[in-house]
Every structure is written in structure tokens, then in C-alpha cells.
Design a protein around this ligand. Structure first.
Ligand code: JB2
Length: 218
């Protein structure tokens, strides 16, 4: 792990598998000091992830703020449940913490993109020219966001998924691992696209779809 003397003193909210990748991602740039991880599972307290202590549950935030914490990022990947990720993002904001962006040094990001507060671009992922990423979005390991895509806040593009260009994804939507969304598709908010699906048509909000080609299953 890269240690940092940065003035950005960051809390990670959630201490499971996703947090490990996130810590690697933040550490790859060495610009942020991670001072603690929060998790409700008591048996994790006083253990560490890559040397960073799990210091308690979310009720510890005010005390940590008084000790100098000034930033946060949501460490929960929470596959398919973006409501939890959204709630934790709003919690950090309520305490006046700054949401940091985590962009792995081994991701490939065009200079002509926008990435919102608290969003995460994990190793091996690609975001091409003209794409816009909202707040608290996960662009997970090895996923591809082609040119001119829009991904609204709190959505999660899971490991190895592909958006083939000019794709629009609404809020709180989960694109499952390895799914492919062809060009010019619009997917609404609160949608789940199953892992490995191939989406050939627009999908309205509040749907669960899966398959090749993807069809509604709920
Ligand atoms: O309200 C909460 C809360 N609820 C659950 N506050 C905080 N601070 N933490 C919370 N958690 C914690 O998130 C759980 O106690 C648990 O330790 C952690 C979730 O860990 P888990 O390893 O189960 O999942 P994950 O969300 O880190 O990773 C999932 O999503 C990733 C994208 C897994 O499916 C991974 O395999 C996947 N790559």
C-alpha cells in the first residue's frame, strides 16, 4: 500500500470485498490518506484491510470527523442493490464529508469525459471520449464505456460489462457482470440487467431483464 501524507483524510463506508479493490484503486495514486473503514459487522472491528483499520460502524462518523476525517467514499459494491449505496452516499454527505473520486491508475480515461463526485473507476476499465458519469457510480473492473455514454448517479456497471457507445443509463441501475449493451440504447432508472445479458432494445425504468437477447423477467 502507498502511504500518503495528503490533507484529504478519507473514510471508506463498508468493509467487504469491494472495499479491498477500492483501497487498491485509491492507493494506486497515493493522493488520499485513508484513515479508517466503517462496517456494522462487529467481528471485523479492529481488523485491517491492507493495513487500514475497521474502526466501527457508521455511528462512529461524528467522532472521526472531530478527529480530522474530511472525506469519504462508499465502499459497498452491493451487487444489484444500489439503494444501499445511495443511502450510504447521502449519509456521508449529511456529515459534511467530501465525496472523493477513485480512479485507478491502470484505468484508461479519455480527457474529454466528466466523472461525478464519489464515483469509482476500477482497474482495467475504459471510458472513452464524450462520456458523462454521475455521482457515486461504479465503473467496475475491466468494464468498457464507449464514446458518448451517459451514466446517471448511483448506478453500477459491473465487472467486464460493455456499453458500446451513445448508451444512456438512468439512476440506481445495475448492469450485470459481462453484459453487453449495444449502441444507442436507453436504459431507465432502477433497472437490473442480468449478468451476461445482451441488450438490443431500450428498457424502461423499474424493470429486471436478462438473457440473450435480454427480455423482462419481472
Ligand atoms: O449500512 C452499512 C452497511 N451495510 C452493509 N454501512 C456500512 N458501513 N457497511 C455496510 N455493510 C457492509 O458492506 C457489510 O457488513 C459487509 O462487510 C460489506 C459488504 O461486503 P461484501 O463482501 O458482502 O460485498 P461487497 O458489497 O463488498 O462486494 C460485492 O459487490 C462487488 C461489486 C460482492 O458481490 C463482490 O464480489 C463484487 N465484486
Amino acid at each position: 500500500m502507498h502511504q500518503s501524507s495528503s490533507n484529504i483524510k478519507c473514510l471508506i463506508i463498508g468493509g467487504g470485498g469491494h472495499a479491498k479493490v477500492l483501497i487498491d484503486t485509491i492507493s494506486s495514486r497515493g493522493l488520499v490518506q485513508i484513515i479508517g473503514i466503517l462496517d456494522p459487522e462487529k467481528d471485523k472491528w479492529n481488523t485491517t484491510i491492507l493495513g487500514i483499520p475497521i474502526v466501527g460502524d457508521d455511528s462512529a462518523i461524528p467522532e472521526l470527523v472531530s478527529q480530522g476525517a474530511n472525506a469519504f467514499i462508499v465502499g459497498v459494491g452491493s451487487t444489484g442493490n444500489n439503494q444501499l449505496r445511495r443511502r450510504l452516499f447521502e449519509l456521508g454527505m449529511q456529515y459534511g464529508l467530501e465525496p472523493i473520486k477513485a480512479i485507478h491508475i491502470n484505468s484508461i480515461c479519455s480527457e474529454a469525459i466528466d466523472i461525478g463526485a464519489g464515483s469509482q473507476v476500477l482497474p482495467g476499465s475504459i471510458i472513452n471520449h464524450g462520456s458523462t458519469i454521475g455521482s457515486n457510480v461504479i465503473i467496475n473492473t475491466g468494464s468498457i464505456i464507449e464514446h458518448d455514454c451517459i451514466i446517471e448517479s448511483h448506478s453500477h456497471i459491473a465487472t467486464g460489462a460493455r456499453l458500446c457507445g451513445t448508451v444512456h443509463i438512468g439512476e440506481n441501475t445495475h448492469i450485470g457482470a459481462g453484459a453487453t449493451i449495444i449502441q444507442n440504447i436507453r436504459i431507465g432508472s432502477n433497472v437490473i440487467v442480468g449478468a451476461g445479458s445482451v441488450v438490443l432494445e431500450d428498457i424502461r425504468s423499474n424493470r429486471v431483464v436478462a438473457g440473450v437477447p435480454a427480455i423482462p423477467i419481472k
